[in-house]
Design a protein around this ligand. Sequence first.
Ligand SMILES: *[C@@H]1O[C@H](CO)[C@@H](O)[C@H](O)[C@H]1NC(C)=O
Ligand SMILES: *[C@@H]1O[C@H](CO)[C@@H](O)[C@H](O)[C@H]1NC(C)=O
Ligand SMILES: *[C@@H]1O[C@H](CO)[C@@H](O)[C@H](O)[C@H]1NC(C)=O
Ligand SMILES: *[C@@H]1O[C@H](CO)[C@@H](O)[C@H](O)[C@H]1NC(C)=O
Length: 431
Amino acid sequence: MASFHFLLVFFSLVSLALAKTSPRPILQVTKDAKTLQYITQISQRTPLVPVKLTLDLGGPYMWVNCERGYTSTTYTPALCGSSPCRLLNTTSCTTGTSCQPPVPDCFNNTCGHGPDNPIANTGTSGQLGADIFKIQSSNGKNVQPALTVPRLYFICGNNFINDGLAAGVTGMAGLGRTGASLPAQLSSYFRFDHKFALCLSSSTKSSGAVFFGDGPYTLLPNVDASSSLTYTPLIINPVTESGFLGDASPKYFIGVKSIKVNDKRVTAFNQSLLSIDEEGKGGTSISTAQPYSVLETTIYKALVAAFVKAMPKNVEKVANVAPFGACFSSKNIGSTRLGPAVPFIELELESKNVWRINGANSMVEAKKDVLCLGFVEARTDFAPTIPVVIGGHQIEDNLLQFDVSASRLGFSSSLLGRSTTCANFNFTSTV
Ligand SMILES: *[C@@H]1O[C@H](CO)[C@@H](O)[C@H](O)[C@H]1NC(C)=O
Ligand SMILES: *[C@@H]1O[C@H](CO)[C@@H](O)[C@H](O)[C@H]1NC(C)=O
Ligand SMILES: *[C@@H]1O[C@H](CO)[C@@H](O)[C@H](O)[C@H]1NC(C)=O
Ligand SMILES: *[C@@H]1O[C@H](CO)[C@@H](O)[C@H](O)[C@H]1NC(C)=O
């Protein structure tokens, strides 16, 4: 009996060790200096070609421009009613197409969906299909040989929705909360828990990463960013904004209960904007399609007023630099390990935990000697919008683990406090 227990313990330790070190997909992510989009690259098709994609955290699936030279001998359309079509919850079905021979996006009896480009705010319709997909991998610490998925499903986009994406990009890598997103397909193919971690670099010269599956997520010098995460529930918004009735939003929402500046609650806006109502309006989501957090007008004005008020009197307020609404001379602003020494902004979360935004994540050097509060006001010319969208600048150099299996978000807080950054994964390959 004792030896049986010993064996059991032994084998569970072995499988734990294997699980920890077995290669898992990873994406190398670079911030494009011109567009501030987060760009990654995978390979696809037969013969394999590299495909550059803009990261879309809340995107429901990967889409690729099929109109710009998509040729492959291994493309397979998703037949109407097949299980891949059910992953998209779509009943749309194209019949009677006249392309002879059929080409991607022009097959008969094939289901389709979207796709959207949340950067240019455009959408179109495209067909679902699968092709060979190759992605970098790591053991959480070092690069391992690339992994291949024989059939990874994606939607065909076209030149129209490709507009507005960074140079060389021909699609978007959707990481959203659906059964068809990259994390969902990769975790089901490689059989690991449906979770992934986003670690975006603030620099346009060095890369951050998306780690699929569990940690370790080791950053030089040997900091495992998965080791001390704080958690808050991921909330399902039952209504998608793009209006596919009945579909839940593919975006990741968290419960922000209040916003504070230097420990003082910002009250000058209707707090019920922070909750999601029955129509799916309200709440807080996280987006990589927005370079800066975007706030509904009344929340934006209240935050800017509170921030300006909390700024020490010897810091001079200067002319605004668009798109920002609160800019300061950096002359009397000190610098700390966590960025410029400015009032800190805190999001009080549903879990009672607090997400603190320090100077490195709140301020943007908009021009020489001018630091601006890096939040922007939501455009009001198209509705509906989410009142609080936490954007790229606020999540850079923070590791965010989206654990869909457990429906929770783990966040590291600024890694600068642990003397590392999201640019410190060792992408140097010897394989
Ligand atoms: C297209 O598919 C429909 C439904 O499966 C079928 O009736 C039709 O004959 C097909 N057309 C062609 C050109 O294959
Ligand atoms: C990075 O990884 C490569 C190979 O995987 C290794 O040779 C190199 O020593 C690593 N660099 C550091 C700084 O650990
Ligand atoms: C799929 O659509 C149906 C109704 O159209 C809805 O009840 C269901 O919740 C949807 N599923 C997802 C995952 O959005
Ligand atoms: C706050 O917003 C909610 C929902 O939008 C609305 O029902 C309520 O009347 C508003 N309260 C105030 C004081 O404006």
